[in-house]
Write a protein of this length. Structure first.
Lengths: 492, 515, 492
């Protein structure tokens, strides 16, 4: 008899875990901080397993708690798992990154600061999980803030490095700016419809005697914040600098976790407003600009971290194509693929940056020094570029599938050009690893846990490239409007 | 035809044993020779166009291999290439002609086309073009003007090869083919006229050139061209029998002359310039006698075979086309002239070099084929002999004029040569135009360079710089440049970022709300 | 059985990467594969229609996406070509100084990709297998190439990536144009399914497919990637790519584009004829202008693609059969030519035609082999190329013939025939410059091909001669498949 767990208890568990970690770290003197991290990973893994034993949910978007703020529909559960997995992998990266963190803290006590470093992502994780379930603007705002504030600290964690501090300040200011617009937009929408719950807003908007312009205005402002989160043009300006300055595992977390949660919220928020044709045009325009900016600006980059920053903008563009075609399945699959390949590339980057730095030139001759790392990076780059038989290809396949089905010709043409661009800058790394002679020699040590994680990611990328069914099955039970539209579109 | 090919082929094989004894590429030579026999016999035995074409090309290939046998010599390598390429041009026309005849009649088998030929004759223009295209192939193989340029250069190959290929068999293949597909060619009067004229022009032109050449093999090569012209002329005058008769006799005496030349060349240690020979009648008696027979046959002196076959063609021309007849007669005169010149300079008089003085007769293995061929050249003109193999042409009336005129031309030619070249030590005349072969090779070189060469350079340039550097690299460079521009937006200044942020919001609102 | 043939190279590549002795494993795998394909050839029953040796595994039943493989006459000869050339190219690989294992692994991946693509009966895996070869090509040219290898590697990879992407869009459009109930990825069922596509949609689909496949085959004017790539690639890579991989595009046109969207094919015939004449005449002249042997061979392979396209465009049984046989024949001859050219480069260090000369004296075997290859390429009877070319010419001339005037196809045939003169010009010129003539002093000590290298050469020549003397064996295999395409009205 398997005890069925309430979905709400998941986040609560995670929050409690975070607080426990902080307390352990504060009150127990001689504990190896790495144990803390490992314990956190283990605990999160347990929570992950627990998501498979949840109490069944009647239907999509039906609120299950918190004054109808919270839902536990399949989409939410899926992205909770997504957030948990991301956090686990990021924590593994953080363990590798620990020496750098140590260097940036004054003080004689060893491993100072590491406890917080390991504990903060757990709070962020809780915030991401809340974002996945939020169906009310208030909840969206609160969870968004939880995530953002934890990121404020994380981004500027290694504060001895001026670049990090600069990144932190930029992130703080611009994010605060976007949040301000978010709240303002929520106010406008509330003013027009009198509701903050998305479902009720949808039914309110169905009345035609409403002030559409005002609602649209409110939506645009809300989209400012969401655009900030997902790094869409014109709100992507913070991305290169912040990504480059932040500690690498935090960059990875920002790139994957924050973006995915942003997209989930975007999908949910857009649904009531899709009755306005202007909204679709807006999304298409933003997608085109994002694609162009992200891919073209990445071409001349020589710093891998910055390149990955631009690449994350580019991928936001592809995801926006999926959003414009209202294909939730494509977006979700692409996000999963994105998780795998981005985190894989970042994990390799973390190891290399400890040794050398994060320029592309630091990867020269990697194939000779560590064939395993080079291969891992090769798979990651191939998947990011969209080479078939990798998950990244399947993601792009689904996105362009939806685009063709919706006859979005502009998006298709721009997408084709950008795919070609992508090949260039991703293959630049491959070229460095395999063709260029190595500057230094000697093998590079990789911890067992990292190796395990990287191998798992490689296998997952190739597995999903050949057999994507696993993900589709996970999305199957949904019959909510978002998913129905996707399936319907395929059968047109 | 079959007997001709195998017979002469056998003789050449035996001869080659002696000629190529000291050559290091012997195995390559004999392999190619056998391959050539295979291809040639294929042409003879083919009963449809495609098979014919297949063996046609194979003959071209094997002749490439054999002309270029001594490929380390630049001249030989170039000659082989020239031969193959010229033949390829002919093959182009030939294949086109095959396609054109295939479509209306629905078949490529000779036997099946003949009853269907009315489907083609319906359109005389179409028929004429088809016939001329097919002739194109023959023109290349039989070295007719303007595709004759490869034959003289092909003399770079070993002499037995010249004898077999460029005297007896391969070049005859063109004529043979024309006779084979006569059902197409003879159906079109226009085509016949063109063919006859081309043959005549070739005959006259090459005879003129031959009078001024100094290399023994070149003279014989141009003589071959000339005689081939006669054969093609006969085809054009719609008498297959006359053409085949001349082909038959020509094979014998030309092979004989070439082999004789080969004996001389080998015994004089690979000397080919006639002005370095002389007085060889004493030193190489068998060669001398055999070559005399061959020469007389070539000139058309009775009772040798050449007289009968050439006479048949002349009679034909007299009956059917007067201008051609006159030119043919003139060519006969020239033939006599240059052959006599050759003979006098090489065999008579005094030896001009020590090498010539001390030469000996060729070995038995080489002289035996000479003797056999001499006998054949002598008798093959007579009816009782030739009837075994061919249909002898006979005109309705035996016009006495033709043989008389022919004989007078012969005597005139021999006489003038004797007068001019007796006891000369070097060439007294120098007619540059003829010596340089009417500058046709130079013209072709220029022509090919200015058309093909120019096109090649132009397209090469276009591909490298317009398509590749311009379009392809332009696109990629442009994209890259645009990207470099975009990255400049990241100025690093927080206030600027906030400003851009706000600007973005304003634009978004503007485009959503107000447009 | 078929699965074994497909996966042997891939498994061998993985084994080599894991540490098996590189050359031995690769050789064994290729020989084994060749024997298997010969067995399949012997066991193949040409009389019955349909596909043989079929095996199928479901991947995504909703979309009718299964991993299905099978053979008919056409794919059988392509398979044979692939296995023969793989063996030759693996055998010709010289001693590699760096990353020896990676070299053989890359070769085998390309081979496996090609074989998988030819054997695939499912649209998705057909595409995916071909893409498997993309990154190995990039690495092969970039790491072990010569000359301007970096630029060549970039060019080919990005160009082919764009081409493949356009192809993907075409395939997706094809799938989506089929009415919902009949949709399938299975190529066997697609013929009936595709008959329901309206003609105007067929035009767009065909155009995309033509462009996509055309780029992959170096159709004029999308050909500029080919000569540079082949000139810079190491000889085994050039052999595999020019000989086998390029044929994928042609195979795709034959298998998919022409039968499935015939109205589209009909509509765009004019365009195709113009472009293919560009291949034959324009590229023919460019080839004459080349001063280096490797560039000349690269351009010549582009030129010969024009003949194959001519066969396709003629849209009758004769022309198409000729084109299919020419695919096989050309693959063999170009592989041989590149192999010898590679050996020349290795032994003399240069491929500039003016610098070479007289090599026939010191390298008689190589001279003979190159001569045979050259004459095969220009269509000398006795080799398979002639049989194929003559069928193409007859088929092309046949189309739309009228006695009164020459139409489009007759003019195309004339120009195509002139191509045999052009090809003779450049091949013989090259042969003359390289192998004939007086030998300069510096080449007096060049060594000829040794015993073990003579084996693959003999293999290639034997195959060319065998199928040149018995082309009926091919025609018998291939015709039944094509008869179904042209079951409609036929002039003769």
């Amino acid at each position: 008899m398997i005890a069925l767990i309430q979905p709400l208890s998941l986040e609560i568990t995670v929050l409690v875990l975070g607080m426990l970690l902080l307390m352990f770290e504060a009150f127990i003197e001689h504990i190896d901080k790495q144990t803390l991290a490992v314990a956190a990973i283990a605990a999160l893994a347990v929570v992950f397993l627990a998501t498979f034993f949840l109490a069944p949910n009647p239907s999509m978007d039906q609120a299950t708690g918190f004054w109808s703020f919270y839902t536990a529909d399949p989409l939410a559960i899926f992205f909770k798992r997504f957030a948990l997995l991301t956090t686990i992998l990021v924590l593994i990266m953080m363990i590798d990154y620990a020496p750098t963190v140590r260097h940036s803290f004054p003080g004689s006590a060893k491993q100072v600061g590491l406890g917080e470093f390991f504990a903060l992502p757990i709070f962020t994780c809780a915030g991401l999980m809340y974002m996945a379930s939020a169906i009310d603007f208030i909840m969206i705002f609160v969870s968004l803030e939880l995530v953002t504030i934890s990121f404020y600290v994380l981004v500027s964690f290694t504060r001895k490095n001026p670049a990090t501090l600069e990144a932190g300040v930029k992130y703080l200011v611009l994010s605060a700016l976007s949040t301000a617009f978010l709240v303002y937009g929520i106010t406008w929408i509330f003013g027009v419809t009198g509701q903050t719950n998305l479902q009720r807003i949808a039914s309110a908007l169905a009345h035609t005697d409403l002030d559409r312009t005002a609602a649209l205005f409110g939506l645009v402002l809300v989209l400012v914040a969401l655009g900030f989160k997902i790094a869409a043009v014109p709100f992507q300006i913070w991305v290169p600098d912040v990504y480059q300055g932040a500690p690498t595992p935090v960059t990875a977390y920002l790139s994957v976790g924050s973006k995915a949660a942003g997209f989930v919220v975007l999908l949910r928020v857009l649904r009531p407003f899709l009755i306005f044709p202007k909204v679709e045009r807006l999304i298409v325009a933003v997608a085109v600009l994002t694609l162009i900016y992200g891919n073209l600006a990445a071409l001349p980059q020589n710093n891998l971290k910055r390149l990955l920053a631009y690449s994350s903008i580019a991928h936001a563009g592809y995801l926006l194509i999926g959003v414009a075609c209202i294909d939730g399945r494509a977006v979700t699959f692409y996000l999963v693929a994105y998780l795998l390949m981005t985190l894989l590339s970042f994990s390799v980057l973390v190891v290399i940056s400890q040794q050398a730095g994060d320029e592309i030139a630091d990867f020269d001759g990697l194939a000779k020094r560590s064939p395993f790392l080079a291969f891992a990076m090769l798979i990651a780059m191939a998947s990011l570029a969209g080479v078939p038989l990798t998950a990244g290809f399947f993601g792009k396949f689904l996105i362009f599938w939806a685009a063709i089905a919706h006859q979005q010709t502009t998006l298709i043409i721009v997408g084709t050009i950008t795919v070609a661009c992508g090949f260039y800058y991703y293959m630049k790394v491959v070229r460095a690893m395999y063709w260029q002679p190595a500057a230094k020699t000697g093998s590079i040590p990789v911890s067992g846990l990292s190796k395990l994680a990287m191998s798992a990611l490689i296998v997952a990328i190739i597995w999903l490239g050949i057999y994507p069914k696993a993900i589709f099955k996970a999305l199957e039970p949904q019959r909510g409007p978002v998913m129905v539209t996707a399936v319907e579109s395929l059968q047109r | 035809m079959l007997l001709l090919v195998t017979g002469i082929g056998a003789l050449i094989h035996i001869y080659s044993l002696g000629y190529m004894r000291d050559d290091e590429g012997k195995s390559r030579y004999f392999a190619a020779l056998s391959l050539f026999m295979f291809a040639m016999l294929g042409i003879v035995l083919a009963n449809n166009f495609v098979m014919l074409f297949i063996f046609w090309e194979l003959v071209g290939f094997t002749s490439y291999v054999m002309i270029g046998h001594w490929f380390e010599r630049a001249a030989a390598a170039d000659a082989a290439k020239k031969a193959f390429l010229t033949n390829r041009v002919g093959d182009f026309g030939f294949m086109l002609g095959i396609l054109m005849i295939w479509m209306p009649t629905g078949s490529i088998i000779f036997g099946d086309i003949v009853p269907q030929i009315s489907k083609v004759t319906v359109n005389p223009g179409y028929l004429a073009i088809t016939a001329l295209l097919i002739f194109c192939g023959a023109a290349a193989k039989s070295a007719q003007f303007p595709l004759h340029v490869w034959l003289p250069d092909a003399m770079e190959g070993p002499t037995p090869v010249s004898a077999l290929i460029h005297a007896a068999t391969m070049v005859a293949a063109g004529v043979y083919m024309l006779v084979r597909v006569a059902f197409v060619i003879q159906a079109s009067q226009d085509a016949l006229l063109v063919i006859a004229w081309i043959g005549t022009i070739t005959a006259a032109m090459s005879a003129l050139i031959a009078t001024q050449q100094d290399d023994i093999k070149r003279i014989l090569a141009y003589s071959t061209l000339s005689q081939l012209g006669y054969m093609v002329m006969a085809v054009g005058l719609a008498s297959n029998e006359a053409a085949m008769f001349h082909l038959f006799t020509h094979a014998f005496f030309k092979a004989l002359l070439f082999l004789g030349a080969g004996c001389i060349i080998v015994m004089l240690h690979h000397e080919q310039n006639i002005w370095k020979m002389g007085g060889l009648a004493r030193n190489l008696p068998i060669t001398f006698l055999a070559s005399a027979v061959g020469a007389l046959a070539l000139i058309g002196c009775p009772p040798f075979s050449g007289f009968f076959s050439k006479d048949a063609i002349l009679a034909l021309a007299y009956a059917r086309n007067t201008p051609i007849f006159l030119l043919a007669l003139f060519t006969a005169l020239l033939t006599a002239f240059y052959v006599a010149r050759l003979f006098i300079v090489v065999f008579l008089g005094k030896p001009r070099t020590p090498v010539a003085k001390s030469s000996d007769e060729a070995p038995f293995v080489m002289t035996t084929p000479l003797i056999i061929l001499a006998i054949l050249s002598a008798v093959s003109g007579f009816g009782f002999f030739a009837q075994q193999f061919l249909v002898i042409p006979h005109e309705k009336e035996v016009v006495i004029w033709v043989p008389a005129l022919a004989l007078s031309a012969v005597i005139l030619g021999i006489g003038s040569a004797a007068v001019l070249y007796r006891n000369q030590t070097s060439e007294p005349f120098d007619i540059e135009l003829l010596r340089q072969r009417f500058y046709i090779d130079e013209f072709y070189g220029w022509f090919i360079d200015s058309t093909q060469g120019l096109l090649a350079r132009l397209t090469g340039f276009c591909d490298r710089w317009v398509i590749d550097a311009g379009a392809v690299r332009g696109v990629s460079g442009g994209t890259w440049g645009f990207g470099a521009l975009l990255r400049l937006i990241q100025v690093g200044n927080l206030q600027a970022y906030s400003f851009l942020f706000g600007l973005g919001i304003v634009l978004l609102i503007y485009f959503t709300i107000f447009r | 059985m078929l699965l074994l043939i497909i996966f042997t190279p891939i498994v061998a590549a993985l084994l080599i990467m894991a540490g098996a002795p590189a050359r031995r494993t690769a050789l064994l795998a290729s020989i084994f594969n060749l024997c298997l394909s010969l067995l399949v050839l012997a066991a193949f029953d040409a009389s019955s229609r349909g596909f043989r040796f079929v095996s199928s595994f479901p991947i995504f039943p909703d979309w009718q996406l299964n991993f299905t493989v099978g053979l008919d006459g056409l794919s059988l000869i392509m398979l044979l070509l692939a296995t023969i050339v793989t063996l030759a190219s693996v055998w010709f690989t010289d001693k590699i100084d760096n990353y020896e294992r990676a070299f053989y692994a890359c070769l085998l991946f390309i081979s496996g990709g090609a074989i998988g693509a030819f054997a695939s009966l499912d649209l998705f895996f057909f595409y995916a297998f071909h893409e498997l070869a993309l990154i190995p090509t990039f690495l092969l040219i970039g790491i072990w190439g010569s000359g301007n290898r970096s630029a060549a590697a970039w060019k080919i990879t990005i160009y082919l990536a764009i081409g493949s992407f356009i192809l993907l869009l075409g395939l997706i459009l094809l799938y989506q144009s089929i009415p919902a109930g009949a949709r399938t990825f299975d190529m066997r069922a697609l013929k009936t399914a595709a008959s329901q596509i309206p003609p105007d949609a067929q035009r767009n689909i065909y155009l995309l497919l033509l462009l996509g496949f055309g780029v992959l085959v170096a159709l004029f004017p999308f050909h500029t990637w080919a000569p540079e790539a082949y000139a810079s690639a190491p000889a085994p890579a050039a052999m595999l790519h020019a000989g086998v991989l390029k044929k994928f595009g042609l195979y795709g046109l034959l298998r998919l584009a022409i039968p499935l969207v015939p109205a589209g094919a009909q509509y765009w015939t004019g365009l195709l004829v113009v472009l293919l004449l560009g291949n034959i005449t324009y590229i023919g002249f460019v080839t004459i202008a080349q001063k280096r042997l490797d560039w000349m061979l690269g351009y010549s392979s582009v030129m010969h693609m024009g003949y194959i396209f001519l066969g396709f465009a003629s849209a009758n049984l004769l022309g198409t059969t000729g084109a299919a046989v020419l695919m096989f024949a050309h693959g063999l001859s170009i592989a041989l030519l590149f192999a010898i050219a590679g050996e020349l480069r290795k032994r003399t260090g240069t491929l500039v035609l003016e610098d070479l000369g007289g090599l026939g004296k010191v390298m008689p075997f190589a001279g003979l082999a190159f001569g045979l290859g050259a004459f095969a390429a220009i269509g000398l009877p006795g080799f398979a190329n002639f049989a194929a070319e003559i069928m193409v010419f007859f088929g092309a001339f046949q189309r739309g013939w009228e006695m009164d005037r020459f139409h489009c196809f007759q003019i195309a045939t004339v120009l195509g025939l002139w191509g045999i003169v052009i090809s003779a010009v450049y091949m013989l010129r090259a042969y003359r410059s390289a192998f004939m003539g007086p030998i300069p002093d510096r080449w007096k000590d060049v060594v000829d091909l040794r015993g073990s290298l003579r084996v693959p050469v003999t293999l290639l020549v034997a195959a060319m001669l065998w199928f040149g003397f018995f082309p009926q064996s091919f025609v018998r295999l291939v015709s039944p498949a094509f008869r179904t395409y042209f079951s409609a009205s036929q002039p003769r």
